[in-house]
Write a protein that binds this ligand. Structure first.
Ligand code: NAD
Length: 260
């Protein structure tokens, strides 16, 4: 059995991951941690015997691997603390800033660190298809990304939309940093051929939808992925955890897991 610590067990994703761990016969939920002052601290995770703690150090010390769907600040803190125990990290938190990435880089020197802005296998394939399509169709096709999420999502564009834009840019030998344009607003003038537009919509309970559009003068291709259930990300994260604990220290992602 692989011993797992879940960060943010009361969150939308934390609940899914905890539930899967508690039902699994491959991994065992040994600890769970919320931020100090969170109402859930001291209570049990979903009627199990695991008590939610506010001590990252204690929680990480008990586990071989931790699963993190929280906030960039929490990701940084956890990665820093995990260095001492060489705990493997599975990170799904999006909108990671420089400080969080730096902490994960340091942890990756001593433990496997698996980061994915989207843990669905279908999305990993979407990146692959988008990159292939952009490479094949070339500069005559305009590249756009459209993403939709539920009304409570706090960051935009989604991490997945950025990764999809990156895949399109890579296919065309560009850098997304230089090409990215977030939606079209006010008097922006005609579209340049080199830009990659990213548009975000928010509403209701949409789990996550991403489309790569390759738009020519006479035709367009749309490659869409729709997540139907939030559990798809938890399933992927658990699969990543089981795989990552067997790997040497370093950085890993979904393409390593799937071999694409
Ligand atoms: P949420 O707000 O429902 O949950 C976040 C949880 O983190 C809360 O329980 C909160 O109390 C907890 N938390 C905050 N600070 C903490 C700390 N210092 N220590 C421990 N716990 C802490 O959010 P959510 O919808 O579950 O999403 C969380 C993150 O996961 C977001 O960045 C989201 O974009 C991302 N996400 C990624 C994927 C993926 O496949 N990679 C899928 C869905 C969501």
């Amino acid at each position: 059995m692989i011993d797992v610590c879940v960060l943010g067990p009361s969150g939308r994703m934390g609940q899914q991951v905890s539930e899967l761990c508690l039902r699994s016969d491959v991994v065992r939920l040994v600890s769970a941690v919320e931020h100090a002052g969170a109402p859930a601290v001291g209570s049990c995770v979903q009627n199990s015997s695991v008590i939610i703690s506010d001590s990252l150090e204690e929680a990480l010390a008990q586990a071989q691997v931790y699963i993190d769907f929280t906030t960039p600040a929490s990701t940084k803190l956890a990665a820093e603390k995990a260095c001492a125990h060489k705990t493997s990290a599975i990170v799904g938190t999006t909108g990671l800033d420089e400080a969080a990435r730096h902490a994960l880089d340091k942890l990756a020197q001593v433990a496997p660190v698996f980061v994915a802005a989207n843990f669905s296998a279908g999305v990993a394939l979407l990146y692959h298809l988008a990159e292939t399509a952009a490479a094949a169709l070339g500069a005559d096709y305009d590249l756009e990304v459209l993403e939709m999420h539920h009304r409570n999502k706090v960051d935009a564009p989604s991490g997945t939309a950025l990764a999809l834009g990156d895949a399109l840019a890579k296919g065309r030998g560009q850098s997304l940093k230089l090409a990215q344009r977030n939606s079209h607003d006010s008097q922006v003038g005609p579209r340049s051929t080199s830009e990659i537009g990213i548009a975000s919509l928010r509403g209701g309970d949409i789990v996550g939808e991403h489309t790569a559009l390759l738009i020519g003068n006479e035709e367009r291709i749309e490659i869409t992925h729709r997540a139907q259930k939030r559990s798809v990300f938890a399933t992927g994260a658990l699969r990543a955890a089981i795989w990552a604990v067997e790997q040497p220290a370093g950085h890993y992602g979904m393409s390593d897991l799937l071999g694409i």
